[in-house]
Design a protein around this ligand. Structure first.
Ligand SMILES: [Zn+2]
Length: 93
């Protein structure tokens, strides 16, 4: 957050009790203070933002070859086929 602030140099420049003042001065001059919201977010706005904060169910279908559940647009992890073609050769034990 305070990338460019060289605390050690500023401490050397302003000795003793001026350390804290100096650090604040350095941050303010370089514009590195944290962004602070001007107004409190209303319950409505907060809830509108959070309306999409949920985990979505993955798109699962069944493999046409082995009928195991497969993520759509993914190679079947069970038989190694995709759209009817063998993509990954499975070693048969
Ligand atoms: Zn399969």
């Amino acid at each position: 957050m305070y990338k460019d602030v060289n605390v050690e140099n500023s401490v050397l420049e302003f000795k003793g009790g001026f350390v804290l003042i100096c650090i604040n001065f350095n941050r303010t001059v370089r514009g590195l203070d944290m962004a602070v919201p001007k107004k409190r977010t209303s319950k409505s706005k907060r809830d509108m933002r959070r309306a999409n904060d949920h985990v979505k169910m993955p798109n699962v279908s069944n493999c046409p070859q082995c009928h195991e559940p497969v993520l759509s647009h993914h190679v079947c992890p069970n038989c190694g086929t995709y759209r009817g073609k063998t993509v990954i050769l499975k070693e048969e034990a």
